[in-house]
Design a protein around this ligand. Structure first.
Ligand code: 13P
Ligand code: SF4
Length: 347
């Protein structure tokens, strides 16, 4: 928590973490922005939640809490502040609003979307439920509120296997990330199918335990087994970590797979000298800053264009102008809240 600092104290605080990652003149400029944001945050009784993908200067200066989607959902559920500013993407800010109908939730950019959230509509989910009546629906947190409203329960990359197992049913519909679904199917030993939306005569005979959807993360789908082979050929001692939105082949070729926070914890507790994170590149900078003795390799041609919309400048404007307010119809929020709260109750 770095709320009550002078510009010089903020600059020193950021420099202590980021001197090997961000040039000094940029730190001085960003320290001023961060102080003004933190001053307004206190004045307006706001809390700032920052996803692990935030750029290093923002990540190390203004969030009251940082974390993966699951941790930030929990923080959003617990806050007593009047305003939540979400430095992340829209589905995350929506989740905060779903859990806090009486608070103002702000997202600093209207362009912070997500290819997974855009890959499925509420009508798609209804069509699948009609085709497979009675089969419980799990939706990834990377979906919009109207899709969550159609689900029985949500999950994140940090608890997907536990959520599926918590259902205690023979089968489940798991939407919309094809690769996360395939990875969960492999971990749970379940047979997965990817059906169309139209009912077929032979539906009763279909053999499945998970039903998936062909959504993809436009970032993680780009990592390949060949990338891993190339990096290992050059750096035989590298430890490779892959987010579960990567393909099952990539996940299996990596040394570890887990949510963004699980990857951070894995690097912290592993003694190896060199790592590659197959995920948004900015997280490599944040992990490098926290682990000065460890080297982080970067594949920064692969970036999340949505997470990268969130800047200190936009966050300052967000607090100055109360923009952009995240809202949804109450009937959708109420149904979506059931799915999110069921997930949070799993622990
Ligand atoms: P985490 O929940 O693991 O932070 O993932 C969110 C995300 O969007 C990954 O691309
Ligand atoms: Fe969505 Fe992928 Fe970006 Fe995460 S990295 S916000 S899943 S597009």
């Amino acid at each position: 928590m770095v709320t009550e600092m002078s510009v010089h104290e903020m600059y020193s605080h950021m420099r202590a973490a980021l001197r090997d990652v961000v040039p000094d003149f940029e730190l001085r400029y960003k320290a001023k922005l961060a102080c003004e944001i933190n001053r307004l945050k206190v004045q307006k009784n706001a809390v700032i939640l920052g996803h692990n993908y935030m750029e290093p200067a923002l990540y190390h200066s203004i969030p009251d809490f940082t974390g993966d989607s699951l941790e930030l959902s929990r923080k959003a559920a617990q806050t007593d502040k009047d305003i939540i500013v979400f430095c992340g993407v829209l589905f995350m800010a929506e989740t905060a609003k779903i859990l806090n109908p009486d608070k103002t939730v702000l997202i600093p950019s209207q362009r912070a979307g997500c290819s997974l959230a855009a890959s499925i509509t509420a009508a798609d989910v209804r069509a699948l439920k009609e085709r497979f009546p009675g089969v419980p629906v799990v939706v990834y947190i990377n979906t919009y509120a109207d899709v969550k409203a159609e689900a029985d329960i949500c999950c994140t990359s940090g608890n997907a296997k536990a959520v599926v197992e918590s259902l205690g049913t023979r089968a489940a519909i798991f939407l919309p990330d094809e690769y996360l679904a395939r990875n969960v199917a492999r971990e749970t030993g379940k047979h997965i199918i990817f059906p169309t939306l139209t009912p077929h005569a032979g539906d009763q005979e279909l053999d499945y335990q998970l039903i998936g959807w062909p959504g993809r993360c436009e970032v993680h789908e780009r990592f390949t087994v060949e990338d891993i082979r190339n990096v290992r050929a050059q750096f035989p001692d590298v430890v490779i970590l892959a987010h579960p939105e990567c393909s099952p082949e990539v996940v299996q070729a990596a040394d570890f797979s887990g949510s963004t926070t699980a990857m951070i914890r894995y690097v912290e507790r592993t003694a190896a000298p060199r790592y590659l994170l197959l995920t948004e590149c900015a997280m490599g900078d944040n992990v490098a800053a926290a682990n000065p003795g460890k080297e982080m390799l970067r594949l920064c041609s692969v970036r999340c264009p949505h997470m990268n919309q969130i800047t200190l400048e936009d966050t300052l404007r967000s607090l100055q102008l109360d923009q952009y307010v995240v809202e949804m119809p109450e009937e959708i929020r109420r149904r979506a809240a059931q799915a999110v709260e069921r997930m949070l109750a799993i622990g």
